[in-house]
Design a protein around this ligand. Structure first.
Ligand code: NAP
Length: 246
């Protein structure tokens, strides 16, 4: 199994892409650390990972809370003594046009989608440097490449995540750590639950494959990037959008 024995932290693993990634990693032999805000979702996912044949442990934490992140990492190190993979997947939307966006909406998205990625990565990086090995995978978006109407806050965060990815791949590559990002298009997860049906239908039409992506299709890419099969991929932003940006 390609992630056999690897200790992998997945944030936002309670549902959607993060849950699919946790399950996939468990099937591929990883020891999965399930992190999410939602306590019930964490315990369900831990059970699901164990049922998939993996070892799993859960933490109900908010990635924008640095103390909580540090405590989670300390606990993982106490138990497993290493951290091989970090998937910075937790993310939220608080959409509004520029003129209507409140400071709260702006701050909420920056705190989780950008600052949260900084917190978790800074919390694990010394361990990965000591190991001389590690993989950091960041959730960007096609919105982090092209922008999107009504998503000033989200676009800023997702462009920022690409900035992190490029910067960290330069800083950490010489230390044996690979850093990459995925830029999904429209993926069928609860994050789209506030999007009206007619907008979803228009999204589908924009995609040459004429469908939304499945969370498992992104999880498969995370699993590949996390594995040694991707050993020469560093600083990349892999777009997975069914060709919607062509
Ligand atoms: P999702 O279904 O909404 O799942 C996100 C998960 O993150 C939820 O379980 C959520 O918990 C958790 N979360 C939110 N805030 C958190 C925090 N502060 N600390 C810890 N966990 C937190 O979203 P998704 O569609 O799977 O998206 C996953 C990632 O991919 C996000 O970064 C998103 O921006 C990115 N992405 C998604 C799409 C798409 O079309 N779906 C496209 C491009 C990029 P609660 O449910 O308790 O809030």
């Amino acid at each position: 199994m390609r992630l056999e024995g690897k200790v992998a932290i997945v944030t936002g693993a309670g549902q959607g892409i993060g849950a699919a990634t946790a399950r996939k990693f468990a099937r591929d032999g990883a020891i999965v650390v399930v992190c999410d805000l939602n306590r019930d979702a964490v315990s369900e996912m831990v059970d699901a990972c164990r049922e998939a044949g993996g070892v799993a442990e859960g933490f109900s934490i908010d990635v924008s809370n640095r103390h909580a992140v540090d405590d989670m990492v300390a606990s993982v190190l106490d138990t497993y003594r290493r951290i091989d993979i970090l998937v910075n997947n937790a993310g939220i939307t608080r959409d509004a046009r520029l003129q209507k966006m409140t400071l709260q909406q702006f701050d909420d998205v920056i705190d989780v989608n950008l600052r949260g990625v900084f917190h978790t990565t800074q919390a694990v990086v010394d361990t990965m440097i000591e190991q001389g090995a590690g993989v950091i995978l960041n959730a960007s978006s096609v919105v982090g490449i092209y922008g999107n109407y009504g998503q000033t806050n989200y676009a800023a965060a997702k462009f920022g995540v690409i900035g992190f990815t490029k910067t960290w791949s330069r800083e950490l590559g010489p230390k044996g750590i690979r850093v990459n990002a995925i830029a999904p298009g429209f993926i069928d997860t609860p994050i789209l639950s506030t999007v009206p049906d007619e907008v979803i239908a228009r999204m589908r039409e924009q995609v040459p494959l004429r469908r939304l992506g499945k969370p498992e299709e992104i999880a498969n890419i995370y699993a590949f990037l996390a594995s040694d099969e991707a050993s020469y991929i560093n600083g990349a932003v892999i777009e997975a959008s069914g060709g919607m940006t062509l």
